[in-house]
Design a protein around this ligand. Structure first.
Ligand SMILES: Cc1cc2nc3c(=O)[nH]c(=O)nc-3n(C[C@H](O)[C@H](O)[C@H](O)COP(=O)(O)OP(=O)(O)OC[C@H]3O[C@@H](n4cnc5c(N)ncnc54)[C@H](O)[C@@H]3O)c2cc1C
Length: 425
């Protein structure tokens, strides 16, 4: 298998310089072998290397090649699943502790960006836009849940209150969260990897893992080498592709897409989103958008269940973007790209062990920019022998997707068609 370059996205075109990391050659040993060079893998490698572990990270393509280098860059509060639903599954006390871990995740991201001087345009402020009055009621309920967990950085806005933030008639109100924000996702991943390498981790690109054999030591093989390690962390997320069949059925890779306009000029871009918040709406198949540092609109939305990007995608995304911002009718689109998110049935992250020394984290359900930071941290704690916070995540129940390997995607596609219809009602 040949390593693939970064997807041709706005992010790849504006990436900070990063060295090519050598492919693994030969047989080596390590304390920990990390598989996957996205946020989960890079955070894990950095955390463990900082603590003195000998860490080897193997990435099949380039660092940040997967979702971590392609996403909306939205650094969100809490979990995609929602606090109410977590409480039902785990009880109030554990759900509250998980919320605090999600808060810690955002703090880790911010601290690492500052400590390692990662140039990734971190900006605070997030707006959940409600297209319909009933969605605003849902946001009111979410605000109550946030406040019940001691969160004081969010407030509801009516239509008039949206005006300082967003120049769109598509929303009747929203929830402003000053404790969430946005960043350049690929540059964040590259910065984390550089910090991990500086802390002593050995990073290898073009090193696809072909086999993982658990045992007293875990053996991890690539085409040209192998790592024998006391511990292994599988951080392949939506790109797992059968490597660990034991966990594959608990998550579904779903393709989702983004488009970037040409630079609009500072005044025009600021007129769209004056306060420079990131925006996500409350539709089930959500639209999410924000300004880039060079004054483009970056717009995400839409999903598909086929491996190829649909040919009509740039035009479809343009139509959706113009429903939110009709004032962009003359704006050129410079880039359109896609990537795979890994979703779980209940939209909560899936952490666990395949064997006592073989850990995994996946299924961030579209909210991994923040949550991967704490997933990696609790795995590092468990490797060190302190598994209490890891166990809290591992206790979240996860059902397999129905339909087996081949029917899972069509089954989900049907469900998504229904949700899309419901959004229109
Ligand atoms: C278009 C898009 C928009 C999104 N928007 C947002 C957003 O705004 N906010 C948010 O919070 N989340 C968002 N997400 C989700 C977020 O990007 C992910 O949750 C997060 O990046 C997951 O990080 P990860 O490290 O677990 O996985 P990834 O970044 O996908 O990394 C997995 C890596 O593992 C490697 N790999 C796989 N198999 C092997 C193997 N056998 N050997 C070696 N390496 C292997 C892959 O090459 C890949 O680089 C979005 C995702 C997409 C695709």
């Amino acid at each position: 298998m040949t390593a693939q370059p970064h997807a041709p996205s706005y992010y790849a075109a504006s990436a900070n310089p990063a060295p090519q990391r050598p492919a693994l050659k030969g047989n080596i040993s390590a304390d920990v072998c990390v598989i996957g060079g996205g946020y989960t893998g890079c955070h894990a490698a950095l955390t463990l290397a900082e603590q003195g572990y000998r860490v080897v990270l193997l990435e099949a393509n380039r660092i940040g090649w997967g979702a971590s280098g392609r996403n909306g860059g939205q650094l969100c509060t809490g979990f995609a699943r929602g606090q109410g639903s977590l409480e039902k599954a785990l009880g109030k006390a554990d759900a509250a502790r998980l919320f605090q871990l999600a808060e810690e995740a955002k703090a880790i991201v911010a601290r690492r960006i500052e400590q390692h001087r990662i140039a990734c345009d971190l900006t605070w402020g997030y707006l959940y836009g409600a297209p319909k009055a009933r969605h605003l009621e849902g946001l009111r309920h979410e605000l109550e849940e946030l406040e019940a967990n001691g969160y004081r950085r969010a407030r509801l806005l009516d239509r008039a209150g949206l005006a300082p933030h967003l120049a769109s008639d598509a929303y009747v109100g929203g929830l402003l969260d000053e404790g969430a924000g946005h960043l350049h996702p690929l540059n964040f991943a590259l910065g984390l990897a550089a910090a991990a390498a500086a802390a002593g981790a050995s990073l290898h690109e073009a090193s696809a893992v072909t086999r993982v054999t658990p045992g007293a030591k875990v053996r991890v093989e690539t085409a040209e080498g192998s790592v024998t390690a006391d511990f292994c962390v599988a951080a392949c997320n939506a790109y797992l592709d059968g490597l660990l069949p034991q966990i594959q059925s608990r998550m579904m890779p779903v393709a989702t897409y983004m488009t970037a306009t040409a630079p609009l000029g500072e005044n025009r871009a600021k007129a769209l989103i004056p306060s420079n918040v990131a925006v996500g709406d409350t539709n089930f198949v959500l639209n999410y958008f924000r300004r880039s540092a060079d004054h483009r609109l970056l717009f995400g939305g839409g999903v598909s269940y086929t491996a190829r990007m649909p040919a009509s995608l740039p035009a479809d995304m343009r139509r959706t973007m113009l429903r939110v911002f009709p004032q962009l009718a003359d704006a050129r689109q410079d880039f359109t790209w896609g990537g795979n998110v890994s979703i779980t049935q209940d939209r909560a992250p899936h952490l666990g062990r395949v064997a006592p020394n073989l850990y995994f984290a996946q299924g961030f359900s579209g909210q991994g920019v923040a949550i991967t930071a704490i997933a990696a941290k609790v795995i590092a704690e468990a490797i060190k022998g302190q598994a209490e916070r890891f166990d809290l995540f591992a206790r979240i129940p996860h059902r397999p997707f129905p339909g087996g390997k081949y029917l899972r995607a069509p089954t989900l596609a049907l469900a998504m068609t229904w949700f899309r219809l419901r959004d229109r009602l």
